[in-house]
Write a new protein. Structure first.
Length: 338
């Protein structure tokens, strides 16, 4: 029904309009008594897939990646769609509009998406208020970033504000320095600034109660850069790595070059990222302690994709673009096969 009827209708709208329409529709329907129960019975998690990672108990290893529910507006409702955990954000200290529209584009032939959203969100405090009222016991992660106008030299302050604002309402943190859509943000992945940033953020996290802290990295890093990150993660005893964010590469696409050039810059996600994301996961696992968690994200659309990531060494996987193309039954299908 989703692929035959609902998705074609949604795809008549531009991608960002369809996203907001979907959110509003789900919010509206879930106000009807019994809809949560019905949705959960049709699409909810299946017992027997529980997993314990980083000291947290996950319903199953398939989570919803950051970017879908940026402002923690829909996590209660989304918990009925089978996810083992949900990551909200990326959030910043001060609310910001993000980049000019249009900024979200479907590549239907490739089952992929290009976005240059630019951390559009309502800020840490607004999300914390919503999370404080959560009705679900699903594991919630908080993905934190810096404001566009904050210079890299002052970025540490922004990330620390995120830990302070969200510490009482999320179960783990993800430090996002890998989005290609905030100017100069990826420069923070370089060894010296990254170590300084993570050292300060981890220290504040420990002072507040030591929740799992992970780093989200780009798929475009070379082996030397990955080795630097592994060294820092080991030295600072971070809980894990989220691999990977979107890519700035356009290799492997079947969509015409004319269309790609017309879209312009942005991070590419979806099926085209499957192989590279798995390569990074496999390399990280070969170098990291078994106690350091890896959350794999990038091109996970089917049970085979998820299994490939888990066999490569991931502890958990996340979906986003695949969920847009596959629909609400996606996670349960994956769990049945896994």
């Amino acid at each position: 029904m989703y692929k035959g009827l609902i998705r074609p209708l949604l795809f008549l709208m531009n991608a960002e309009q369809a996203h907001h329409f979907t959110f509003a529709t789900i919010k509206l329907f879930f106000r009807i008594p019994g809809v949560y129960w019905l949705t959960n019975s049709l699409f909810g998690s299946i017992k027997g897939n529980e997993k314990k990672v980083m000291g947290l108990s996950f319903r199953n290893p398939v989570g919803l990646a950051a970017g879908f529910d940026k402002d923690a507006k829909l996590f209660n409702e989304l918990s009925a769609f089978g996810f083992g955990f949900i990551e909200i954000g990326t959030l910043t200290p001060i609310a910001q509009e993000g980049n000019p529209k249009p900024r979200l584009f479907r590549l239907v032939e490739d089952e992929s998406v290009i976005n240059r959203m630019g951390f559009n969100n309502g800020g840490f405090d607004a999300a914390a208020l919503k999370l404080a009222k959560r009705k679900t016991d699903i594991v919630i992660g908080g993905n934190i970033g810096k404001n566009k106008l904050t210079p890299n030299e002052e970025a540490i302050t922004d990330y620390i504000k995120g830990v302070e604002a969200l510490h009482g309402v999320v179960d783990y943190f993800v430090v996002n320095v890998s989005s290609p859509n905030t100017p100069n943000l990826r420069e923070l992945q370089q060894k010296k600034p990254l170590k300084a940033l993570l050292q300060e953020v981890q220290q504040r996290n420990i002072e507040l109660g030591d929740k799992p802290l992970l780093l989200k990295i780009a798929p475009d890093l070379n082996t030397h850069q990955l080795d630097d990150i592994i060294e820092i993660v080991n030295e600072l005893k971070l809980s894990g790595i989220v691999a990977t964010n979107t890519t700035i590469s356009r290799e492997g696409l079947t969509t015409s070059k004319v269309q790609i050039e017309a879209i312009g810059p942005g991070g590419l996600s979806g099926k085209v990222l499957t192989k590279r994301s798995t390569e990074v996961v496999r390399y990280l696992r070969s170098k990291l302690s078994v106690n350091t968690a890896i959350i794999a994200v990038g091109g996970v659309s089917t049970a085979e994709d998820a299994r490939e990531k888990l066999e490569a060494g991931a502890d958990l996987v996340q979906v986003y673009t695949g969920f847009l193309y596959e629909g609400p039954a996606m996670v349960r299908k994956m769990l049945r096969s896994l």
